[in-house]
Design a protein around this ligand. Sequence first.
Ligand SMILES: [Zn+2]
Length: 323
Amino acid sequence: MSTKELVNEMEYSVGIDIGGTKIAAGIVNKSGNIVFRRSAPTPQSSRNEVLDLLDDMIQACFHYANHNGSLPLKGIGIGTAGQIDFHQGRVLSGTANIADWNDVALRDEISKITSLPVWVDNDVNVIALAEHYLGAAQAESNILFLALGTGVGGGIISEGRLIHGAWGSAGELGHLSVNMDGPECKCGFRGCLETYASGTGIANRMREKLSELHVRQDPEPEHITSQLVFQLMKSGDKIAGQVVEEMIHALSYAIVSLIHIFNPTMIVLGGGVVEDGEWIRLSVEKQVHAIGLRSMVHPVQIQLAKLGPNAGIIGAAYQSWIY
Ligand SMILES: [Zn+2]
């Protein structure tokens, strides 16, 4: 182990990942190792319950740090779903998946219980940081991260810096429209990438096509998921095949537009939709390399995210080392 790595191993930070179903917190070192971890279901009634749970988890982290050789903690980093005012550490508009998670002065609330510095950012932005510093894009300074899950989230790292925009909401790449006559998105726009390439979008497209064609009642509309659509496509189902083709098309067009804007060297795809998604990566890479300005699109690598389900905690904690 080099001296640099030894130093890194001795620096620790608390990372907290606030999602719609689960909240996870941990103590992370600069090499991305999680030495202590806690998680619990996201409380569903009020913000105060969420804040109380965060308090409990932070106290558990402090307790562990104090009783294990007084680990020096550099700060507390939080990644949460929603639109975040990064400078104020405030959740402006949260997500329908967390009750009452709107206009929450999260950094101020956490600062009431600790004197450590606190950072709050969007959950996908911090995963982009984790993949940039420790995951699929370590050698790259210009990357775009797309998280294909229930929705589509994005993170932009340009010239080595995560791009926040005026107050923190840059990188909502899921709401890049790829079709102005396309399906209506919950954001109010039309033909957003999210309506074609999120788990929800893929399942909705399959339901719509089945109901337009009145061909069959199998599978039952409520049982359709993106993974089921992929299975049907692989077993030769034509309608599922069209939905998947549309998804690959939408992703490729969105990525090419993003390449034209940001001139990245790598696109990282993460999230549940691309679990076992090497075939998606290959199809998108092939299409991206075939359309758009050749000098820009051809050198861009498409990679799958590497860090898995703990990327949110690791990236949240990483804020302590970069700001
Ligand atoms: Zn949208």
